[in-house]
Write a protein that binds this ligand. Structure first.
Ligand SMILES: NC(=O)c1ccc[n+]([C@@H]2O[C@H](COP(=O)([O-])OP(=O)(O)OC[C@H]3O[C@@H](n4cnc5c(N)ncnc54)[C@H](O)[C@@H]3O)[C@@H](O)[C@H]2O)c1
Length: 270
């Protein structure tokens, strides 16, 4: 979508980190902004920070794991702004630790939010974008959707799923004039490694947190670039209708190493 001014963007996980940075960037491009998030307090603060309800900003408490909640988010956006053009399916959570020590409750939570959250968002917003014949979907994956990130195996599995679904979605929505991007950042400074704050009671499971590994990622995140880097790249990716949005140069070598490993495994041409 080349012209974003006056259009509407809806962002899940919009109260914090990358989602809030995308809201700020799209607002600067002249868009009306709707934030959906499960955390009421940070959501209200984010709306205030963007200028409040009068500034063409809407905050809606929602849970991406619930289809009904995503439909209510969509309805609230349409009631307020009359249309939606860019949908950023961004809410996500992370756990860290070895695969063999990851309890099934963590796998379920990660897939519920990171993958089914996107599926629910697509079900709610997708048909309207297709009918409109104009729009763009942004799926937030991760560099760990393209490479092997240490101790992020379960999280990385969800992000590989996001990359896979986004690539097919691009092909399926292109005839309707709807673009798709998948953003794959390296580590950026957000609250992702404090995700446990949002884990539902039913998926608590046994205590399994590898404190040393969690500390390493918290430290890496504290010293990482800010989420504005990702927001700028997403904005440019939407305008250019680019599938892969890769904002983090430090992971480029690892991505190319993965491609080389695949290339080396290819059978010779018959
Ligand atoms: N920070 C990084 O290093 C990094 C790198 C690559 C990808 N990502 C991805 O970026 C996305 C945004 O994460 P972030 O880094 O900004 O972290 P963050 O924790 O700062 O923000 C995530 C937001 O998602 C919300 N959320 C969590 N569960 C939800 C649910 N069930 N329903 C609705 N909202 C929910 C949280 O309340 C929070 O506001 C995630 O998909 C994450 O996996 C982050």
């Amino acid at each position: 979508m080349e012209h974003l001014g006056g259009k509407v963007v809806a962002i899940t996980g919009g109260a914090s980190g990358i989602g809030l940075a995308m809201a700020t960037r799209f607002q600067a491009a002249g868009m009306q902004v709707a934030l959906g998030d499960i955390e009421a307090g940070p959501l209200a603060a984010a709306v205030d920070g963007l200028g409040g309800n009068d500034a063409q900003v809407l905050g809606v408490e929602c849970d991406v794991t619930s289809p009904a909640s995503m439909e209510a988010f969509r309805d609230a956006v349409l009631d307020r702004f009359g249309a939606v053009h860019v949908v950023c399916l961004n809410a996500g959570v992370a756990t860290s630790g070895s695969l063999l020590e990851t309890p099934v409750e963590s796998w379920r939570w990660l897939f519920e939010v990171n993958v089914l959250g996107i599926v629910n968002g697509l079900a709610a917003f997708g048909p309207g974008l297709v009918e409109q014949g104009e729009g763009h979907v942004v799926c937030t994956a991760s560099a760990s959707g393209l490479i092997s990130a240490p101790a992020l195996g379960a999280y990385g599995a969800t992000k590989h799923a996001v990359v896979g679904l986004a690539a097919v979605l691009r092909d399926e929505l292109a005839p309707a004039g709807v673009g798709v991007s998948v953003v794959c950042p390296g580590v950026v400074r957000t609250r992702i490694f404090e995700s446990e704050r949002n884990r539902p009671e039913a998926l608590q499971g046994p205590t399994h947190i590898d404190e040393d590994q969690a500390d390493i990622y918290l430290h890496v995140a504290e010293n990482a670039p800010g989420p504005e880097l990702v927001a700028d790249a997403v904005h440019d990716g939407v305008v250019a209708n680019q599938l892969f949005v890769l904002p983090s140069p430090e992971v480029g070598g690892l991505i190319l190493a993965r491609i080389d490993e695949i290339r080396a495994a290819m059978p010779p041409k018959p």
